[in-house]
Ligand binder design. Structure first.
Ligand code: FAD
Length: 541
């Protein structure tokens, strides 16, 4: 491969956000899509529950908006919520046009053609799904469509290392003009130059020891955009999924909320149902409340896990609605039609991210951010279940429209992009040090910056992050980049952003809960926005 490649659009990430964007763009422009592993490997593939949209005539846009605002702890941007909810039905139609097969409704009483399920925080059935493997169906279909596009170059097993900006080339007017990309197989770094760059790299839940997310979720796009001068918002709001399967061999297997939507109950080890003690919505309370209740009960009882039980529903109903969960649990010796499932909470969703406007534009001209990597204002202090895939679909469409419009403008000079400096060497003991630092970071983030926080613990975590950062800067400057080093560098940046945001919020709201300030404070009803040193306000058109 040549060391510099040029495209109209460079998309970093191949999940629901990245692929939808690439498919929405005209087939006449040149596009590169970069994926850290295989094209399908990202959170999208593992999404189980479904996608929320107003599809039932008895439901309404206003009701979806109200539910989202309520879950978001009064911190959502109302205009953004309306924009996303109103576009929901079109986004689902687009997926159907791409060939996605959603589960049909066999109940003649219901007016929707498709089966709609209900999840925590939703007051109506509005979650369209493909059994309990919605993400797999969406990702596989979009991947298939992508393969049919002759105008798209797909780079699997490639890591975006850093964004390239004109400021770094000595040009006064700042703009993103590409990215350096590491080929994981050859170890070579290529320079990809583009008129528009889109960060669609997903979330950052790998910063925690226990997570439902796949390994790629190391917050790379958030860290890269921050380093390039973009503001980042609401990073203190990390969502912990209340129910991941607890088994030494099950690597972060999530038990979908839809199980609770269909009547599953949370139980203590002695079989007592406890959620009604914490919230009148019991098991259907929003995730933060359920996760905190489980955390509280586990700590109170010193229990390693609690239990989720759906065995009171007919076995054929459970098997047909939750085939994946049924099969996976059975592999670990748990028959969910007859016994309860051992569960623990795990880091699940990054509500904050790169701050964007209603067209998905970041602070850096030429750079967009979409999907879980972005902060749009939709989720506020807490994401409502199944709103995230919806956000991926809506914002990829908005970004595509904006890019199409801007492609008519004359391109900026991109000929002087500096090539990657490949003079660094590999240090023999580098890998073991990196591995230890990874482990240390994820453990102290879990212990000190997890579901329940205090200022003392946050400050302790901050000191450790600062030390780690110094070591990593040294490694990064002197040694050849590897996947693990790049991810660790990004995780440390993201951990720092989470801790700093958490220290800024001197109240408890949504997903951010601190024992030092256990109540909401109306004067803090604003997002937490962190501003990098290299930030320059952009002129908006
Ligand atoms: C187990 C699970 C269940 C979920 N269930 C639901 C659900 O039912 N409904 C719902 O709405 N949401 C759900 N979510 C959340 C939702 O799946 C995600 O928010 C959404 O899929 C994110 O899509 P994305 O395209 O932004 O990122 P992802 O799908 O995570 O894709 C990120 C992409 O970026 C690439 N990438 C990352 N870093 C780099 C880099 N440095 N260089 C190049 N490429 C890079 C990755 O390789 C990948 O291709 C779930 C999440 C999980 C983990």
């Amino acid at each position: 491969m040549k060391n510099i490649q040029r495209y109209d659009v460079l998309v970093l990430g191949s999940g629901a956000a990245g692929l939808s964007l690439a498919l929405r763009l005209s087939p006449h422009i040149s596009i590169a899509v970069i994926s850290k592993r295989e094209l399908h490997e990202g959170s999208t593939f593992y999404a189980q529950g479904g996608i929320s949209a107003v599809l039932d005539p008895r439901d309404s846009v206003d009701s979806h908006i109200q539910d989202t605002l309520k879950a978001g702890g009064a911190l959502c941007d109302r205009d953004v919520v309306r924009q996303v909810v109103e576009r929901g039905p079109d986004a689902i139609r687009w997926l159907l046009d791409q060939g996605v097969h959603f589960t049909r409704d066999e109940d003649a009483d219901r007016e929707s053609e498709y089966h709609l399920t209900r999840e925590g925080g939703h007051t109506h059935r509005r979650v369209i799904h493909a059994a309990d493997a919605t993400g797999k169906e969406v990702q596989s279909t979009l991947t298939e469509r992508m393969g049919e596009r002759a105008n798209v170059d797909l780079y699997e097993d490639h890591n975006a290392v850093d964004l390239i900006t004109t400021n770094k080339m000595g040009i006064e007017e700042n703009r993103c003009v590409g990215a350096y990309v590491l080929d994981r197989r050859s170890g070579q770094v290529t320079t990809l130059v583009a008129r528009f760059v889109v960060v669609a790299t997903g979330g950052a839940s790998k910063v925690y020891l226990y997570t439902s997310n796949p390994d790629i979720a190391t917050g790379d796009g958030i860290a890269m955009a921050w380093r390039a001068g973009c503001r980042v918002a609401n990073m203190e709001f990390m969502q912990f999924h209340p129910t991941c399967l607890y088994h030494p061999k099950a690597k972060s297997f999530l038990i979908t909320e839809a199980l609770r939507g269909e009547g599953a109950r949370l139980l203590l080890p002695d079989g007592e149902r406890f959620m009604p003690r914490f919230d009148e919505r019991a098991e259907l309370a929003p995730r933060d409340i359920v996760a905190r209740a489980i955390d509280h009960e586990m700590k109170r009882l010193g229990a390693e896990c609690l239990y989720l039980d759906i065995s009171h529903r007919p076995a054929d109903f459970v098997q047909s609605h939750f085939p994946t969960i049924y099969r996976r649990c059975l592999e670990y010796g748990v028959d969910i039609t007859r016994e309860s499932i051992p569960v623990v909470p795990a880091a699940h969703y990054t509500c904050g991210g790169v701050l964007v406007d209603t067209r998905a534009r970041t602070d850096l001209p030429g750079l967009y951010a979409i999907g879980e990597a972005a902060y749009t204002g939709l989720h506020g202090a807490n994401r409502m279940a199944s709103n995230s895939l919806l956000e991926c679909l809506v914002y990829s469409d908005l970004a595509a429209q904006d890019i199409e419009k801007s492609l008519g403008e004359p391109p900026v000079e991109r000929s002087q992009v500096p090539p990657w400096d490949a003079s660094r060497v590999t240090e023999p003991d580098e890998e073991i040090v990196v591995a230890h630092n990874w482990e240390e970071l994820r453990r102290f983030m879990w212990d000190y910056v997890g579901i329940v926080r205090t200022n003392k613990r946050l400050r302790r975590a901050k000191r450790r992050v600062d030390l780690l950062r110094q070591e990593i800067i040294e490694y990064y400057s002197n040694f050849r980049v590897s996947n693990d080093l790049l991810e660790l560098r990004n995780l440390v940046d993201v951990a720092d952003l989470i801790i700093r945001s958490a220290l800024c919020r001197r109240e408890s709201r949504g997903l951010h809960y601190t024992l030092d300030f256990p109540y909401k404070d109306a004067s803090q009803r604003t997002p937490t926005i962190l501003i990098p040193d290299s930030y320059r306000p952009r002129r908006r058109s």
